[in-house]
Ligand binder design. Structure first.
Ligand code: OGA
Ligand code: NI
Length: 345
């Protein structure tokens, strides 16, 4: 099966355990509100899931099921094309939207290929991560000509999932004892993006990862996955890597770093990774809900007081995002920027 490519090899402590383990836990929440379910019950379930796991799955989420099917078909059709075709929309350091097959997480190459696009096209954001540089730049999507309908399906899916994202943010806000619309103002010029992930079968699944361990930098992530499995979450209670069991018609939700900061750590963004296998390719489709570039992310005033002082210094989301993106292209010698860099000790 050829020689092992060193670029993909995880250090020993981060290599996956491929024994299939069954773990109970990650909550499955039904979002439908019938006259018998009180909204408060739902809010409390969401709050408990955010607190105990940082991850949960939802059903009856309002995203049409035929659209969920269509986006998975579109993802496969896109990645099934030749490399030559996919490279026509290859992203680079100038335009980070499009196709890419060499992303690094924590400076190790991921066993995957991706296609990224912005939900709001074009989007404006800082030209560099340097704080003193106030130059701005425009980011726009690159759409492939093939497969036909790819763009329409992606955009339609993104619109539906975005609605769900805002609904979930409202529920999260309520669960923190805040008004449902507390977060709305942060997303007027949102930098949210959607990604199609393809994890091909890997000849050395015990050495590499589809995506290395990481936390998501946004407010919220909403992931559609197929039935192959591979996403694992670092369980808060004991640090065990727990699989997120593929559940038909469900979407996986996780809180990102921004909710951790806003909530002053009432909710924490949890580490996760993707394990690959030697037999079946896997597709997943995350949407990362990101605020506007000018949002200064900091613990919400209503949630801090003398007894619970802010745990983070404010940071500019656009600058943070730029600094983070830079590390995706190169194997850097230094660790990339983390919210812990803004932690008040
Ligand atoms: C990600 C991610 C999970 C998955 O892309 O940030 O965590 O199941 N993906 O592909
Ligand atoms: Ni992630």
């Amino acid at each position: 099966m050829g020689e092992v490519d060193q670029a993909f090899i995880q250090s020993i402590e981060h290599r996956p355990n491929l024994d299939t383990i069954e773990i109970e836990g990650i909550p499955l929440i039904d979002l439908s509100l019938s006259h018998t379910t009180d909204i408060n019950v739902l809010v409390s379930k969401i709050g408990t899931a955010c607190k105990n796991w940082g991850f949960f799955q939802v059903i009856n989420h309002g995203v049409p099921l035929e659209l969920l099917e269509k986006i998975k078909v579109a993802a496969k059709a896109f990645f099934d094309q030749t490399m030559e075709e996919k490279r026509k929309v290859k992203r680079d350091e100038v335009n980070p939207m499009g196709y890419y097959e060499s992303e690094h997480t924590k400076n190790v190459r991921d066993w995957k290929e991706v296609f990224d696009f912005l939900i709001k096209d074009p989007s404006f954001l800082p030209a560099s991560p340097e704080l003193e540089d106030d130059e701005m730049r425009t980011l726009s999507n690159q759409w492939p000509e093939n497969p036909p309908q790819f763009r329409e399906v992606c955009q339609e899916y993104a619109r539906e999932v975005e609605k769900l994202g805002y609904k979930l943010l409202e529920l999260i806000s309520l669960s923190l004892g805040l008004p449902s619309n507390r977060f709305n103002g942060y997303f007027e010029d949102q930098l949210s993006r959607m990604r199609l992930n393809h994890y091909p079968p890997c000849p050395w699944p015990e050495l590499a990862l589809g995506v290395g361990r990481h936390k998501d930098a946004g407010a919220l992530t909403i992931v559609a996955q197929d039935d192959v499995g591979g996403l694992q979450v670092k369980r808060k209670s004991d640090g065990v890597w727990a699989p997120v069991k593929p559940t038909s018609n469900a979407l996986v939700i996780n809180v990102g770093d921004i909710v951790q900061v806003w909530s002053n750590e009432t909710y924490e963004s949890v580490e996760h990774r993707v394990v690959v296998n030697s037999e079946r390719e896997r597709f997943s489709i995350p949407i990362f809900i990101f605020p506007s570039h000018y949002v200064m992310v900091k613990p919400l005033e209503e949630l801090v007081n003398e007894g619970n002082p802010p745990k983070y210094k404010p940071y500019n989301f656009g600058k943070f995002n730029m600094a983070r993106n830079r590390s995706n292209y190169k194997k850097l010698e230094v660790q990339n920027i983390q919210i812990s860099d803004f932690k008040i000790i």
